[in-house]
Write a protein that binds this ligand. Structure first.
Ligand code: AMP
Length: 280
């Protein structure tokens, strides 16, 4: 695995890789790697010639500075895991490498209503920050394929939009959510759960499964209310739990029994914010 810290050196190296006719797969992460990230690496390795992984905790996507400060960092272990899983390149940039002009007056993107729904409503500015870092990273890496997790469903839709807006030729590949054996979606934030919090965390997945099992054509209000009750019983502080159209994440109140939907949830167990979703 080759380690790059500078954007222009990495770009020059990858230009040569492309000239040799090899394809590149890119897995952007914020580190504290787990099996969910490693599934993206595996998928990139299977589908492209050269796998590039980046680790950068992007300050502009944290609407809460305390959350940014508390974000887990485990770089030595991350390097070990990437070596074990055969990543070819690790990009480990500094903040000035990603934002040479600083973060004071960042570029803004026209993301439409998707930006202000669900995650966007509870984390103002979050998706602008995601687009700022991904625009820069895609410009540096110019990958043939980009591998991202379905766990961040809305983020995947935002990145599809960014790719269209900025006319990148990269193809987005969405990889299924990797879960613990009790159903909890793997997340770097799970490390911050105490033993007691960890024991109740799978209730998020249980609530989504409850929705999936019990959904019927027609109005969904009662079903969602029951799923919310389930979560509240476990002291989960819900920010949102919605049934949404899988194509555009608009809320679905009356289901025609046909169109694809996603049940999507976010909230806190004490201080730790968790999100998850399930296709219905
Ligand atoms: P993060 O480091 O949290 O920014 O995540 C980096 C990438 O890993 C994103 O594309 C996430 O959607 C993806 N990811 C995070 N958790 C999982 C998971 N449990 N299963 C699959 N992909 C995941």
């Amino acid at each position: 695995m080759i380690l790059f810290k500078q954007a222009d050196t990495l770009s020059r190296y990858l230009a040569k890789v492309h000239l040799e006719g090899k394809t590149t797969g890119f897995v952007p992460t914020m580190g504290a790697l787990h099996d969910g990230h490693l599934a993206l690496v595996e998928s990139a390795k299977t589908n492209t010639d050269v796998t590039v992984v980046s680790i950068f905790v992007n300050p502009t996507q944290f609407n809460d500075p305390a959350d940014f400060k508390k974000y887990p960092v485990s770089i030595d272990q991350d390097v070990r895991l990437l070596l074990e899983h055969g990543a070819d390149i690790l990009f480990l940039p500094s903040q000035t490498e990603i934002y040479p002009a600083g973060t004071g007056r960042p570029k803004q993107y026209e993301l439409g209503t998707l930006e202000s729904r669900l995650e966007g409503a509870f984390r103002p500015g979050h998706f602008q920050g995601v687009c700022q870092v991904m625009d820069r990273l895609l410009g540096i890496v110019t990958p043939d394929r980009l591998f991202m997790g379905r766990k961040d469903y809305q983020q995947c839709m935002i990145i599809e939009k960014l790719i269209r807006l900025e006319k990148f030729t990269t193809k987005l590949e969405i990889v299924n959510t990797v879960r613990e054996s009790d159903g909890l979606a793997m997340s770097s934030r799970n490390m911050r759960l105490s033993a007691r919090e960890r024991s109740i965390a799978p209730s998020i997945y249980e609530a989504l499964q409850y929705v999936k099992k019990n959904i019927q054509q027609g109005n969904q209000e009662l079903l969602l209310a029951k799923a919310k009750e389930l979560l509240a019983e476990h002291s989960f502080r819900i920010e949102y739990l919605e049934l949404t159209d899988a194509e555009n994440l608009e809320p679905v109140c009356d289901w025609d029994g046909k169109r694809g939907m996603v049940a999507i949830v976010a909230g806190f167990i004490n201080e730790v914010r968790l999100i998850d979703n399930l296709p219905v």
